[in-house]
Design a protein around this ligand. Structure first.
Ligand code: NZQ
Ligand code: ZN
Length: 384
């Protein structure tokens, strides 16, 4: 196991009715920028509840609404302008990962005197951020408890993840009931996303990071068990609660630290979203089984077999056969969740394979199986 430093400053209030803790925002000042998306929080009544608590607490609320899925830099710029003009003290995101990511870069951009895109492409420039709070309404990204934010500039076909300790929220409210209204499409995509985060951390060449590996397998079992239940019964509290909490654990450092990881399916997917604005989790579900096919070889079969035996209960002695069976189980799971299986289904053809693969290759060099531009093109081809 490698050395690491682990620090999560995010206070979590988990469960029904925990939105009452929004009154804790007063610790950070008087003026709050409320960031939200296209209206789901209004339809679900969360907006009204939050506003009444904030007003009762005496906070002055400013709003940035309409944050898009795959949040765009233009929304970040609008938020930064409000923060600077109104001298905002803190940022509150209510929504899914897109809203939280946008709010994070707004919070950092408010403390930076140039264009916030600089902070997206060069994380080291983030030296400070306003306090960030979130109320999560969609279990998927883990943004509510992690240091990442992913922002797109469609004018350049670019989507990059930035990261900083300053982007970790100060407090997040996780009420599983808020996710009852998430559509089947987003529930399936969100489940694929949390599974992918776990895979990206689990498939590592560092041996004997056993604690991390066993935690990861527990998370995977949870996703595979509860994903279909949430899809079938959107208001099943236990399914939504387990998915929500496990999703936070998949990317908050718990299973990553000490295991030395470099993600590779995410850099490939981010290129798909950068060029075609597709739903992140759907892109991951399409690419993951093809990445697994590509990454499986005599050297890696042992790890894939370990995954198959510990997560799927596969009882095959031969590593290569157990690994193939594990990959088939993964592919079947995504299919069962109604997720797209091919790039063609989401409107992607070969047109940009070359440029997308070239950009993605930069992020895939140190991964479990390092991928070259040509390797990535062959994975895209297989996924067509
Ligand atoms: O905009 P609204 O009206 O709120 O609707 C959203 C949106 O249309 C809707 N939704 C959210 N909560 C809902 C709801 N609909 C009904 N009921 C609710 N309770 O769902 C749609 C998708 O929302 P979005 O926030 O885009 O989804 P998600 O949470 O999957 O976030 C995806 C974004 O996060 C990035 C992705 O790349 C993508 O841009 N990621 C962020 C990461 C991070 N910060 O750590 C890591 C991930 O790997 C990922 O890259
Ligand atoms: Zn993801």
């Amino acid at each position: 196991m490698n050395n690491f430093t682990y620090s999560i400053p995010t206070k979590i209030h988990f469960g029904k009715g925990q939105i009452s803790h929004l009154d804790e925002l007063v610790e950070s000042g008087k003026k709050v920028l409320l960031v939200y998306g296209g209206g789901s929080i209004k339809r679900a009544g969360i907006y009204d509840t939050a506003m009444s608590i904030l007003k009762e607490t005496g906070l002055q609320v400013f709003e940035l609404s309409g944050v898009e899925p795959n949040p765009k830099i233009e929304s970040v710029r609008k938020g930064v302008d409000i923060c600077k003009k109104e001298d905002i003290d803190m940022v509150l995101a209510i929504g899914g990962g897109s809203v939280i990511d946008c709010a994070k870069v707004v919070a950092a951009g408010a403390c930076y005197d140039k264009d916030p895109w600089d902070l997206v492409i060069a994380p080291y420039r983030i030296k400070k951020a306003l306090p960030i709070y979130s109320v999560l309404t969609l279990a998927a990204t883990g943004s509510e408890m992690d240091k990442f934010a992913v922002i797109s500039d469609m004018s350049k076909n670019e989507k990059w993840g930035t990261a900083s300790e300053y982007l970790k929220p100060k407090m997040s409210i996780l009420d599983p009931e808020y996710t009852f209204s998430v559509s089947k499409k987003q529930t399936a995509a969100g489940t694929a996303d949390m599974i992918s985060h776990t895979f990206e951390n689990y498939f590592t060449n560092v041996e004997h990071a056993d604690v991390q590996a066993r935690f990861a397998e527990g998370l995977l079992k949870t996703f595979f068990h509860y994903g279909p239940i949430a899809l079938e019964h959107p208001d099943n509290y236990d399914a939504r609660a387990n998915l929500m909490w496990a999703a936070s654990m998949a990317i908050n450092g718990l299973i990553e630290n000490g295991a030395e990881v470099a993600w590779c399916v995410h850099p490939m997917e981010h290129e798909l979203s950068a060029f075609y604005d597709i739903t992140h989790g759907e892109g991951l579900a399409i690419l993951t089984p093809h990445w697994m096919d590509f990454a499986l070889n005599e050297k890696t079969a042992k790890k894939f077999a370990e995954y198959g035996r510990n997560v799927w209960g596969i009882l095959i002695d031969n590593d290569m056969e157990a690994a193939k069976s594990a990959i088939a189980a993964t592919r079947n799971f995504f299919q069962k969740m109604g997720l797209p299986q091919t790039l063609t289904e989401v409107g992607i053809d070969r047109k940009y394979f070359d440029i997308m693969a070239e950009k993605a290759a930069n992020g895939c060099k140190g991964s479990f199986v390092p991928l070259s531009k040509e390797d990535i093109i062959s994975i895209f081809e297989a996924a067509l």
